[in-house]
Design a binder for this molecule. Structure first.
Ligand SMILES: Cc1cc2nc3c(=O)[nH]c(=O)nc-3n(C[C@H](O)[C@H](O)[C@H](O)COP(=O)(O)OP(=O)(O)OC[C@H]3O[C@@H](n4cnc5c(N)ncnc54)[C@H](O)[C@@H]3O)c2cc1C
Length: 436
C-alpha cells in the first residue's frame, strides 16, 4: 500500500495550490483527480473555433490571491469587449435598446439601494459572517428587491444583473451572497461588477493551472476518483474506484460542498456537512457559449430573472476557414434546467428574448449542475447558510482538511477563494505535521 504525508483530493485551484505549498515545504504529497485534466471548474477548451472558458472566465486585481498567482507566473490580462449597445426589457415587456450610459443610469438606484447597508452588514470583506449580516442573512436577495420602490423596467434590469452574479433564482439566494462581494470591493457595486466580469487571463485559465501544476513537486494522478476516506490512528486511509488504498497522515479534500457527498467518510462528516448536502447550495445556473452569424455590434443584453438567459454578451469576433465572419456570445441564466443544450431552437428562442435578430448556429457549454464532480457552478448560499455554516465548514475533522472556494472568506465562489482556501489549509497541515 502506498503511504504519503498528504493526499490532496482534487486538482482545481484549491488542490493545486495546496499541493504546491505542501510539496514545496518538503512533504510527500499525492494529488488525486477524477477528471482526465486539471483545473476543475476552470476549463479552457477549443470550441466554436476559439479557446473558450467553459468554467471560470474573469479575474481582477482586487482579488488578492489570484492576483498574487498572476504576478508569480507573470500572467497578463485582456479586457472583454466594451458594449456599444445595451438591450433590456421595457416595463410593458417590449425590447429596449440604448447606450451603456443609459443602462447604467437605469440600474444605478436599484443597485445602490440593494447594497446600501453593506458597510454595517459586513464591515470587513474578509470576515463575511461578522456584522449585522448575522441578523439580515435570513433574507433572500428577492426579499430585498421586493422592498425597493423600482419601476418594472428598472426592477427587471437590476434583477437580471444580479442573476448574472448569483446564478440562481433570487428568492433562493441569501442577501449575504450579494453583500459579501460588494464588501470585498470596499462597498462599491460598480467595482464588484467590474471585478467579476471584465478581465480575462492571457492564454486562459489552462495556461495558469498548467504553470501551477508544474510547480507541484509530487504526483498529480488523473482519472482517479476517490470513493472513501477512513480515519485511522495515524491519519486516514483513502480508497479509489479501482480499489487502490493509500495511507496518508493528512488529507486535504477540495471537492465542492455539494460534490463532497459523493465520498464516503468514516466517521461520518459532522452535521454541518450533512445539512448542506441535504439542502444543497443556491448556485444552479448556466453559462452557454454560442456562435452567431456575422460580426454584430458589441452589445450586452439583460432580460428578466425568469428568462432562460438573464444576461447575454458578445465576447469574440472571428472568421472561419471559409472566410465567414461570426461572433461568439456568452449567456448566463439562473436555472440550468431552463436551457436545453442539445436543442438549438430552444437556445435560439432564449437568445431572441434578450436580443432579437441574431442567428445561432452552434453551442458550446457544460452542465456543471449535473456533473457529479461539481454538482454546482460557483458558490452562492441559500438564505442563512453563509452565516450559519461557513466557520464550521472550515474546520478540519481529525486528519481531514477542507479547502474549497465554497468555504473561503473573501471571494468565496471565485477562483480567488479557491486559492485562499488552498493556502489556508496547506498552512494548517504544515503547522500540525511540523515537528514541534
Ligand atoms: C460556469 C462557471 C463560471 C465561473 N466564472 C468564474 C469567473 O469568471 N471568475 C471566477 O473567479 N470564478 C468563476 N467561477 C468559479 C470558479 O471556477 C471556482 O470558484 C473555482 O474554480 C473552484 O476551485 P476549487 O478548487 O475550489 O474547486 P474545483 O475547481 O471544483 O476543484 C475540485 C476538483 O475535485 C475533483 N473531484 C471531484 N470529485 C472527486 C473525487 N471523488 N475524487 C477525485 N477528484 C474529485 C474535481 O474534478 C475538481 O477538479 C465559475 C465557475 C463556473 C462553473
Amino acid at each position: 500500500m502506498q503511504s504519503v504525508d498528504v493526499v490532496v483530493i482534487g486538482a482545481g485551484f484549491a488542490g493545486l495550490v495546496a499541493a504546491r505549498e505542501l510539496g514545496q515545504a518538503g512533504l510527500n504529497v499525492l494529488t488525486l483527480e477524477a477528471r482526465d485534466r486539471i483545473g476543475g471548474r476552470t476549463w479552457t477548451d477549443h470550441r466554436l473555433g476559439h479557446d473558450l472558458e467553459i468554467g471560470a472566465n474573469w479575474v481582477h486585481w482586487v482579488q488578492p490571491h489570484i492576483w498574487a498567482e498572476m504576478t508569480r507566473y507573470q500572467r497578463g490580462i485582456v479586457r472583454s469587449p466594451q458594449s456599444e449597445e445595451m438591450y433590456w426589457r421595457g416595463s410593458d415587456g417590449s425590447q429596449r435598446c440604448g447606450t451603456l450610459a443609459e443602462f447604467m443610469a437605469l440600474i444605478d438606484e436599484g443597485q445602490q439601494q440593494l447594497i446600501d447597508d453593506v458597510r454595517t452588514a459586513i464591515p470587513r470583506g474578509s470576515a463575511p459572517t461578522e456584522g449585522e449580516i448575522r441578523q439580515l442573512d435570513r433574507l433572500s436577495v428577492q426579499d430585498r428587491f421586493d422592498t425597493l420602490n423600482l419601476s418594472q423596467e428598472a426592477r427587471d434590469a437590476n434583477e437580471s444583473v444580479w442573476v448574472g452574479h448569483l446564478n440562481a433564482p433570487l428568492h433562493q439566494v441569501g442577501i449575504s451572497s450579494a453583500l459579501r462581494w460588494v464588501a470585498a470591493t470596499g462597498g462599491h457595486w460598480q467595482l464588484m461588477h467590474e471585478a467579476s466580469a471584465t478581465y480575462r487571463i492571457v492564454d486562459g485559465m489552462g495556461g495558469l493551472t498548467t504553470l501551477i501544476a508544474a510547480d507541484v513537486p509530487g504526483e498529480i494522478r488523473l482519472n482517479t476518483t476517490v470513493t472513501s476516506v477512513t480515519q485511522t490512528e495515524t491519519g486516514a486511509l483513502v480508497e479509489t474506484t479501482d480499489g487502490e488504498q493509500i495511507q496518508a497522515r493528512k488529507v486535504v479534500n477540495t471537492l465542492p460542498v455539494n460534490a463532497s457527498a459523493g465520498i464516503h467518510f468514516t466517521p461520518e462528516l459532522p452535521d454541518v456537512w450533512l445539512r448542506q448536502h441535504a439542502e444543497t447550495v443556491a448556485s444552479q445556473g448556466t453559462k452557454v457559449w454560442m456562435r452567431v452569424e456575422g460580426h454584430i455590434p458589441r452589445f450586452s443584453g439583460y432580460a428578466t430573472q425568469h428568462d432562460p438567459f438573464s444576461v447575454l454578451k458578445a465576447e469574440f469576433y472571428c472568421t472561419d476557414a471559409e472566410g465567414k465572419d461570426y461572433t461568439i456570445l456568452v449567456g448566463f441564466g439562473g436555472d440550468h434546467s431552463r436551457v436545453d443544450l442539445e436543442d438549438l431552437a430552444s437556445i435560439q428562442d432564449a437568445v431572441d428574448r434578450v436580443r432579437p435578430g441574431l442567428t445561432i448556429t452552434e453551442v458550446a457549454a457544460h452542465d456543471w449542475m449535473t456533473d457529479p464532480l461539481a454538482l454546482t457552478t460557483w458558490m452562492t448560499h441559500r438564505p442563512g447558510q453563509l452565516t450559519r455554516d461557513l466557520t464550521e465548514l472550515q474546520q478540519p475533522q481529525g486528519a481531514v482538511h477542507f479547502a474549497t472556494t465554497d468555504n473561503a472568506n473573501l471571494w468565496g465562489g471565485f477562483i480567488d477563494g479557491a486559492i485562499e482556501s488552498g493556502l489556508r489549509e496547506s498552512h494548517r497541515v504544515l503547522e500540525e505535521l511540523r515537528p514541534h
